[in-house]
Design a binder for this molecule. Sequence first.
Ligand SMILES: [Zn+2]
Length: 392
Amino acid sequence: MQFVKQSFSQLPLHYRTIFLGVLASLLLVSCQPDQHALLETDTLQPEEQEILHYLSENGYHTDAVEFLEDFVVYEDDAGWDKAALLQTIRGGYAPIVPIDPDDPTLVPLHGRERQRGVRESNYLDAVNQVRIKNLRYFINNTLFNHCGQDWVAVYHDAAHEWNDIPHCQVKLTPTIVRSHANIIIGSDSDSSFPAGHQDLSSGLIARAGFPSNGVPWKWISVNDSADSWNSKLKTAMHEFGHCLGYRHTGTSDGQHIHGTDHVDSESIMNTGVYTSSAFPVGDVRAARLYYPERLITPTGISVTKIGDGMVRFRYRNMSHISRPYYWVRVYKYTPGGMLLDYRDFQSITSSGGTHAIYWPGHGSGEFRFSARAYNFRRDIYSSATSKYLVNL
Ligand SMILES: [Zn+2]
């Protein structure tokens, strides 16, 4: 930190400009996955092979994976606790119900999907609703001592930015008691941090991780040589975003969050050089789909037979902008109201908030159907609608 600061101030102005340009380029490329050397897989430990196999099967770029002693780095500035990831891989947290996305032959899928979150099959990796509204962060004095007061200030500002998203439950408040903290922030030379968070490479500004089993990632370390980085606030918002389950925008891993743009250079979850520290529309939607305050009951229901064994279930979300649904769970009953089955569908609503779900494979006879709206993790939900009768 000192070296950079003193050398920099002694340079003539035009050299400083060049230096900043080079520095920006270095910081930009440091986030690109293709900068990583391919892993020498035959030198990996068996459990590392197991992790790599799992990540490969789940669409991650294995050349963006790096193994540290207790941490699995993904795309440089994020990753997983190794033990927690192994627990997930070995079957600790299977989904409760299968996911049935809309049949693409029946419903045109929207192409405007951008923001990345945890994969649907790992939806428990989002932070649970009990914790999300009472997240406490602790700023260790190493952040001030090694990185400077500016970094301390921007983490408080970043918490406010997250807290100020309307219709979103995220609430980050500072604590002065380290043992009470859900997230601890310090410098990368903080010896109390896990090894994976220490001694970040020179092009890397900060590092966080992803949630596990409903718990946010606990650590954010900031490179102690990043004092000249001019997008501190956006970086702080970005690292909090990782701790809450959001991956890098514009990559092909993780999960598309429906209804968000595929390309959005303004997203705080974009890698590279940041110019703005405001959440664009897609980020706000992603925050509301994961962590909504509450969801209202679907309205405008119609249940129709449209072919042999095929039901079309239409509904409307009256508040689809401010309180979007991630899932709609459709329940199937006997005419007398006994539950027979249910399925979860992504709620990809039109500009008017309506959506039609197609559920095939029913036998003939009379059945009732109802629905309930859910957030991504399925721990925040609306009341169920009435049960509507249809003759199949
Ligand atoms: Zn990142």
